[in-house]
Ligand binder design. Sequence first.
Ligand code: NAD
Ligand code: DAU
Length: 369
Amino acid sequence: MTLIEKSSKAVKKKCILVTGGAGFIGANFILNWILERDDQVVNLDKLTYAGNLQNLEKIEASNRYVFVKGDICDSGAIEKYLQQYQPFAIVHFAAESHVDRSIHSPEDFVRTNVLGTFTLLEVARNYWLNLDAKRKTEFRFLHVSTDEVYGSLDSDATSFTETTAYAPNSPYAASKAAADHLVRSYFKTYGLPTLTTHCGNNFGSFQFPEKLIPLVILNAQEGRQIPIYGDGSNVRDWIYVEDHCAGIRTVLESGVPGDVYNIGAGNERSNLEVVQTICDILDECLENAYISKHRSLIQFIKDRPGHDQRYSINSQKIENELGWRAKWNFEDGLYETVRWYLQNQEWVNNIKNGSYLKWLEKNYTEREV
Ligand code: NAD
Ligand code: DAU
């Protein structure tokens, strides 16, 4: 089936427009949405290196799912799809998402994350203004942001709340912060019913293996070096992707327009702890591997410039006001994730056959200690 045929499927029910739905979190969100809700989904994605339609294979034939190839910087295309599908909400995931890539090529991040979000907001505002009163009240623009906009915490500092001052340290974080401010301004100035969520490090199925957890699983499985930046003491606050997606659904359906919600699962772990836990799971799952102790593959390499030391999320607001709570414990989620990568070799190989290997070579050659 060609992309054009896919986009010509009729959407008659109530529908949401998801941007960046072929990426890691967007794909999980759409798969869960189709399971949990009756509304239809239109997935608008540019299919950059991180977009992979194989992530959505399971629902490809569903008459509740439509894919359209498009760039969030292209106002004409977005306008056309909003008019065609008349969504009651936009859930905005599309972004350049990898911090290391933002250090190599910050321009792409400003283009998609800042200019793209601005373009989407502007087209959404015009669309929303022309809806009838009932649909205008119902409409939501949900912007998926990150905890990285709050900067880095010392080990004894209190967790990020929704009112923590912004202090982004990487071009990625700065571009997301700029997008957040634009979203806020569209609520304050024009009354567009926006919602913003800030989440920490996600993990789970379909994550592109440039990110720590899948990178470690795949390197270790092949008996290759496991690169840890610096001394491995940097702390991230991890969340299983299904919990994040459930949090976004909750905010979309019950959040107060104009409000901001942090989404976290209380799983602070140092990078070294995370890597060692993956190695131990692999020791158990790969009994016949030629390496019995995967921890022996760990190598400490040159640190990431501007590397944030610690993230920690306070999610009391979403828990107390909207009743959402993470369900997965970190170790169970990690076990599930390792199993998923081991069992989905075809997905992995398809990524490895692309330009991904060139990126790995570039990033890690420059980082040798
Ligand atoms: P990802 O890199 O896996 O996927 C991004 C998707 O956006 C891809 O499908 C890509 O093709 C698409 N895209 C990129 N540029 C586009 C453009 N100009 N127009 C249309 N589509 C475009 O990202 P992810 O990890 O799934 O993250 C999704 C969102 O969640 C991002 O906004 C990210 O900042 C945010 N977030 C991610 C995490 C995390 O741990 N991964 C945590 C908190 C927030
Ligand atoms: O906190 C939320 C953010 O989490 C999201 O907004 C980003 O989109 C997402 O990419 C993620 O950013 P991080 O930089 O924290 O994720 P990454 O997986 O790249 O790195 C996690 C930690 O592991 C970080 O401290 C850097 C370290 N690291 C990473 C890689 C790829 C290593 O030590 N070695 C590596 O090879």
